[in-house]
Design a protein around this ligand. Structure first.
Ligand SMILES: Nc1ncnc2c1ncn2[C@@H]1O[C@H](COP(=O)(O)OP(=O)(O)OP(=O)(O)O)[C@@H](O)[C@H]1O
Length: 267
């Protein structure tokens, strides 16, 4: 079933993410046209769409890594591209990211990877940082002895957990995930989904994630959004999205695996 678990805490009554009139164009190529999307605090939104439909690009725009060609993105009521650097830095501390590329700094140990955002605060001493690193490692079910390993010494599942620990290091209200289970075998993928779900229930953060994997969607998403034809063609609960007549939706959910995973009859 598409997740129906309530988040314990919604720390903000404002929508966590508000996207208005967003357009993206690279040269002559239009990727997004006039996208409007609200994501309420505490929700877990699964963003799906065909290859090249602009899912990762939209995530990059949400976190302010890429300015849209037109339109705006607000996080917690504040422009993600706020012209004031201090306000932008403060906002940056309120979300964590887990992107497919560059999950970890390969030249830094596990400890230093997780410590990185904490050190950037310039307010914590090293003893405090070590305590926090060990706490974050425990949260993602890794042990203290893993702290001294280098990324090349970790399994794929461990890399994901360390990257998650780093994304959670500043106790974010929003977590942005790009294909969080890509490259994991089914068992590791299921364990990672369980871990993320448990942490979300405990901490109440909002999630927006891109995934092609029906089990990951089923295990985590409380709502779905579908990108196709440069637009957001559907957004809502699984039933609401499945009611929208669109070839991508028909194809994506027509596999028995996808339909079963979200608890609907195949369409
Ligand atoms: N910086 C850039 N400059 C030019 N084109 C870009 C840039 N970033 C992305 N694109 C193009 O925008 C399109 C959308 O890319 P994006 O990575 O967002 O798609 P996606 O939906 O995440 O795809 P996939 O599911 O295959 O990962 C692609 O055609 C890509 O080549």
């Amino acid at each position: 079933m598409l997740g129906d678990f309530p988040a314990k805490a919604c720390r903000s009554r404002l929508p966590a993410i508000e996207i208005r009139g967003l357009c993206t164009q690279f040269g002559d190529v239009v990727i997004h046209r006039d996208i409007d999307l609200d994501i309420e605090a505490g929700q877990m939104l699964g963003l799906v769409g065909g290859s090249g439909s602009g899912k990762t690009t939209l995530l990059r725009e949400i976190v302010g890594l890429l300015p849209p060609s037109k339109g705006s993105v607000k996080l917690f009521g504040q422009e993600v591209l706020d012209p004031d650097p201090a306000r932008r830095r403060a906002l940056r501390r309120r979300f964590g990211m887990l992107f497919q590329q560059g999950a970890l700094f390969s030249a830094l140990s596990v400890h230093d990877n997780i410590a990185f955002p904490l050190r950037e605060l310039h307010t914590l001493d090293e003893a405090m940082i070590t305590d926090l690193v060990l706490l974050k490692l425990a949260m993602v079910e890794l042990e203290a002895r893993h702290a001294r390993l280098m990324p090349a010494e970790l399994s794929g599942g461990m890399v994901k957990r360390v990257a998650l620990a780093r994304a959670l290091s500043l106790e974010p209200e929003l977590l942005v995930l790009d294909e969080p289970t890509a490259g994991l075998d089914p068992d590791r993928s299921e364990n990672f989904v369980k871990l993320l779900r448990m942490l979300q229930q405990e901490l109440g953060f909002t999630v927006v994630m891109v995934t092609h994997d029906p089990e990951t969607l089923a295990g985590l998403a409380t709502r779905l959004a579908v990108l196709a034809d440069q637009r957001l063609v559907a957004c809502g609960t699984a039933a609401e999205v499945l009611a929208v007549e669109h070839p991508f939706i028909r194809n994506f959910f027509s596999s028995g695996r996808a339909a079963a995973a979200i608890g609907q009859e195949a369409i």
